[in-house]
Ligand binder design. Sequence first.
Ligand code: PFF
Length: 452
Amino acid sequence: MSSQRSSFTGKIGFVLAAAGSAVGLGNIWRFPYLAAKYGGGIFLLTYLVLAITFGFTLMIAEIAIGRKTKLSAIGAFKALDKRFTFVGVLGAIIPIIILPYYAVIGGWVMKYFAGFASGATEQMADGNYFSNFIGSVGEPIFWFALFIAITAIVVFFGVEKGVEKVSKIMMPVLIAMILFIAIYVICTMDGALDGVIYYLKPDFSNFSVMTVVAAMGQLFYSMSLAMGIMITYGSYMKKDISIEKSTRQIEWFDTGVAFLAGLMIIPAVFAFSGGDAAALGQGPGLMFVTLPQVFNTMPAGSVIGAVFFIMVFFAALSSSISLMETIVSILMDKTKLNRRASCLIVLGGALLLGLPSSLGYSAWSSVKIIGMQFLDFFDFASNSVLMPIVALITCIFVGYILKPKAVIEEVEVNGKFKSKGLFTVMIRYVAPVFLLVILTSSILSAFGIIKI
Ligand code: PFF
């Protein structure tokens, strides 16, 4: 079976494909709002430290497991040790939770593209526009359904490669635009510099356990870790490509895009609101409220807004395709259903599961699960509970059952593993203890048992 597995071509092919899955709404929408909410510079610093230690360790381990076994997550764990098959299964549940609400946000992006394209820039810049939009029932559901339907059509016809090509071409343009908007805001708007300082200068009095919990969840989400995705990507990776170098490249790229997105949004929040706590802590709506205000001050703001949101749409689409493809292929493997039936089932399931996330801002806004709206709850369940659990068991598995040596050998198939000392210490000692502490505190705090 393994001999039929196709491989990425060229040295850069693997990095680009993995980066296409990694860079998405997590970087552009989620990272800035978390950084704004959880302490600015201190969040950024925490994130960076976690990325070069935890992110690095986990990504190396996942890619190496994939390449060693040439199987995707469930099969890979099963092949290495039958008792650990459940880790693969647990990881496979995560995309099922993420995809529906990812599509809800993807729908918001489409709506904003349509709004700018139709020249409604001024209305969209109104502070209440966003809350009115998500507070209505029909429209957000329409855009959500459209987004998930487009994702399903791509996966159904198997034209992912085409979309990924488009989104790869768009990526540099998107990055250039983010940079341009950041420079525009910082250079032309009063108060923006305070935002730059808030974002870049760590203020330790803003630090709390929540900073670490949020940064850790974001790391998994943004780098598509702890859900088996990187194992699958690794299974397609050729032996002559360096796992260590590729991991570093994906990490820097993913972190770079998130960093720039924060630099674009946080100074703008300061320019328009003076950086008061309510504006900084507003959460998922941050990008949708702030950027239209920026575009409204620009000459040709409608065009720039429309181009920006269509780019974000493509970045989001390539990520949602990789989420849906993962679920569809698991379903096909496990049930022997064909691609068509699997796509329809996943589409139907995602529509159903996404509805509460969308309605949570309107008709069902009074319904709360452990004090959270549906979207926040799904986000919490995947990023702050399931992913740390999968990451924790993966570390224990690699550290004590498989042994770090097996991963090191796989990495050293082509050259020296420079950071193998860091890798070994992290995977055996630091990561498991740290993950256990983080996991326990986020669960206890969600149930109101402790305050972090
Ligand atoms: N990493 C993506 C983002 O930052 O938007 C989200 C994601 C995509 C997670 C695909 C998992 C995945 F399989």
